[in-house]
Design a protein around this ligand. Structure first.
Ligand SMILES: NC(=O)CC[C@H](N)C(=O)O
Length: 341
């Protein structure tokens, strides 16, 4: 054997090459002083600077940054979602890219990650990370979150598990994760628990996502160039029926009704919702943040031709409905999609 050639083991030990796409958020935030944990500007620091502040990342991977946006994630819209997803899709096809990370504001991580989870055609790890405190704050959580996300993205175990969200030492499935607190570092939770944890530079997975994702879905980001308009109406005591019908008049293809309890509809909203149904599909979800909406319980979905969102939150139901409408406008097919994903 040629003594100059690297041993096979040395080749295998080469560090994974990871591209970190910066989109903004608190992980790129800066406050006026170290005691500002909630009062700061998000989306200020360039992704290369964020990476440079955590040199430990380069111990586990060859990392390079790429800035795509510099925004608070509340400002994500379909156009930005498509642009980001298409860029990730390009990167994961490159043989010199082993994994992609995305730094993201925490407000809408659950929507971006779910969208990517349903539309990317890759087994390579795609890991989204954010922070609840800006890098300038005492006990900033961004640096360790970023390091742990790198550990996850670099690990062979992360392959084929769909898009992952890594924060606060936990690894969540994009399908299930939601931001459940406005301030705490422990802001993220999954209805059925995280998939795993990161401890001392090592990921430990304990569960697998049961629902189809990435390569197993019918949605392909390379073939989607726009998304149909889908709106959400939030139910509460003393609603104005005209507010509901006004949303439907804006031309959306579907309306997610974020109902009380198990997606219940007030008696005085049934007629306006029937009017909405003449123009758009109606999906019933729950505003409770847990449990599931099934068909034909309190509400007669068969009679009204409504769709039940299962356990999907209104905001995730919106993402799934918009994608489903790129393939079908049949409410029965949409219902099957909700049972499947
Ligand atoms: N903790 C955060 O990242 C919130 C900051 C901002 N609202 C965002 O989502 O980007």
């Amino acid at each position: 054997q040629d003594a100059g050639a690297p041993a096979p083991q040395a080749q295998a030990a080469a560090k994974p090459r990871i591209v970190v796409i910066g989109t903004g958020g608190t992980i790129a935030g800066a406050g006026a002083s170290s005691v500002n944990t909630g009062d700061y500007d998000s989306a200020k620091v360039a992704v290369d600077k964020i990476i440079a502040a955590v040199p430990e990342m380069s111990q586990v991977a060859d990392v390079r940054g790429e800035q795509i946006f510099q925004i608070g994630s509340e400002s994500f819209n379909d156009e930005r979602l498509l642009k980001l997803a298409k860029r990730v899709s390009e990167l994961v096809k490159q043989p010199d890219v082993d994994a992609v990370m995305i730094t993201h504001g925490t407000d809408t991580i659950e929507e971006t990650s779910y969208f990517l989870n349903l539309t990317l055609k890759t087994e390579k790890p795609v890991v989204i990370v954010g922070a609840m405190r800006p890098g300038t704050a005492l006990s900033a959580d961004g640096p360790l979150n970023l390091y742990n996300a790198t550990v996850v993205a670099a690990s062979p175990e992360a392959k084929g598990k769909g898009v992952l969200v890594a924060l606060n030492d936990e690894i969540h499935s994009a399908r299930d994760v939601t931001k459940g607190h406005a301030l705490k570092v422990e802001a993220f939770r999954s209805l059925y628990g995280p998939l795993g944890v990161v401890v001392e530079s090592k990921p430990y997975f304990y569960r697998l996502p049961a629902r189809p994702h990435t390569t197993a879905t019918e949605f392909d980001i390379d073939r989607i160039d726009s998304l149909p308009k889908v709106d959400v109406f939030y139910a509460h005591v003393t609603m104005d029926p005209k507010a509901l019908t006004a949303i439907a008049d804006l031309g959306g293809k579907a309306l997610i009704y974020a109902g009380t309890g198990n997606g219940s509809v007030a008696d005085y909203m049934e007629a306006p919702l029937a009017e909405v149904r003449k123009k758009a599909l109606v999906v019933r979800a729950t505003r409770t943040g847990g449990g599931m909406v099934i068909r034909n319980g309190e509400e007669k979905d068969d009679e009204q031709d409504w769709v039940a969102a299962g356990d999907q939150s209104p905001q995730k139901a919106r993402i799934l409905t918009a994608l489903a409408l790129t393939t079908t406008d049949d409410p029965k097919a949409l219902q099957e999609i909700f049972w499947k994903y």
